[in-house]
Design a binder for this molecule. Structure first.
Ligand SMILES: *[C@@H]1O[C@H](CO)[C@@H](O)[C@H](O)[C@H]1NC(C)=O
Ligand SMILES: *[C@@H]1O[C@H](CO)[C@@H](O)[C@H](O)[C@H]1NC(C)=O
Ligand SMILES: *[C@@H]1O[C@H](CO)[C@@H](O)[C@H](O)[C@H]1NC(C)=O
Ligand SMILES: *[C@@H]1O[C@H](CO)[C@@H](O)[C@H](O)[C@H]1NC(C)=O
Ligand SMILES: *[C@@H]1O[C@H](CO)[C@@H](O)[C@H](O)[C@H]1NC(C)=O
Ligand SMILES: *[C@@H]1O[C@H](CO)[C@@H](O)[C@H](O)[C@H]1NC(C)=O
Ligand SMILES: *[C@@H]1O[C@H](CO)[C@@H](O)[C@H](O)[C@H]1NC(C)=O
Length: 198
């Protein structure tokens, strides 16, 4: 009797605590609070381990790494610069919740976001496709940290995983078990810090 009342009370309070203090209706930022933003020009991303020691408080720089090609289009993923030492899209831009890689050659990469268990994907083709409006930038709860990128309303579903061929570490969303995209045994959780906002 007492314990079931306690369980009910705990559930009730955690539901209240999880409710955002103010609801954003911006595309990509739904439910992420009043200070969430879905538009920002010219930034980069860095992956910060959430469970393992980091080399520094910014994290490992990310770039758009190769993920194959078909006739007329190339595919990209978010990769660590350390494992993909090229940087053809030196800055990213967030426009109404859509994420773009901006290149100096004018060929923009556009992100389709990610579904559960896949890598965060981009495509570069002509004409430039419409992006998925699924990204948002939110303040870091740790006030000495940088703002965080959210995807599908979550900042805490990203991992860095080897592509399974051993040479490129890519960002996965809600990584799980068997995947064509990565070797799950190599994954560790990260947050994606937004660099270049101040
Ligand atoms: C938004 O930012 C302002 C100014 O820093 C702060 O006072 C407020 O509490 C923040 N609101 C939310 C919902 O985080
Ligand atoms: C907050 O962020 C700073 C800078 O990244 C880091 O040194 C510190 O350990 C973090 N604190 C917590 C409680 O995560
Ligand atoms: C942080 O460490 C990474 C290696 O983990 C390095 O590539 C990056 O340049 C460092 N950033 C800063 C600001 O020192
Ligand atoms: C995360 O921590 C592991 C183990 O310390 C290290 O090998 C890796 O480079 C770190 N990655 C980042 C993004 O800091
Ligand atoms: C990057 O691309 C977006 C989308 O087309 C555009 O709005 C933005 O101005 C570009 N930013 C830069 C720095 O070229
Ligand atoms: C991930 O799975 C959950 C549970 O099935 C679902 O609610 C959610 O929409 C899925 N996310 C994506 C991006 O497909
Ligand atoms: C992550 O994916 C699993 C299925 O693998 C799903 O049950 C879960 O709800 C997903 N989480 C989120 C936050 O979408």
């Amino acid at each position: 009797m007492f314990s079931s009342t306690l369980v009910f009370a705990l559930c009730f309070f955690s539901a209240v605590a999880a409710a955002p203090s103010s609801v954003s209706s911006l595309p990509g930022c739904s439910g992420l609070g009043a200070n969430a933003s879905n538009t920002l020009a010219s930034f980069t991303l860095a992956a910060l381990n959430t469970s393992l020691p980091n080399a520094n408080s910014t994290g490992a720089p990310l770039v758009l790494g190769q993920a194959g090609a078909i006739d007329g289009a190339t595919f990209e993923v978010l990769s660590t610069w350390a494992t993909f030492p090229y940087n053809d899209w030196p800055t990213l831009s967030l426009v109404n919740g859509g994420l773009y890689g901006n290149s100096s050659y004018g060929n923009q990469a556009v992100s389709s976001g990610a579904t559960n268990g896949t890598t965060v994907g981009f495509i570069t083709t002509t004409p430039t496709p419409t992006p998925s409006q699924v990204f948002c930038i939110v303040p870091n709860k740790n006030s000495s940290g940088l703002p965080l990128l959210a995807l599908n309303g979550h900042t805490d579903e990203f991992s860095l995983c080897s592509n399974g061929k051993g040479y490129q570490n890519n960002v996965a969303y809600n990584a799980s078990g068997k995947s064509y995209y990565y070797d799950y045994t190599t994954c560790y959780p990260v947050v994606l810090q937004v660099v270049g906002t101040q």
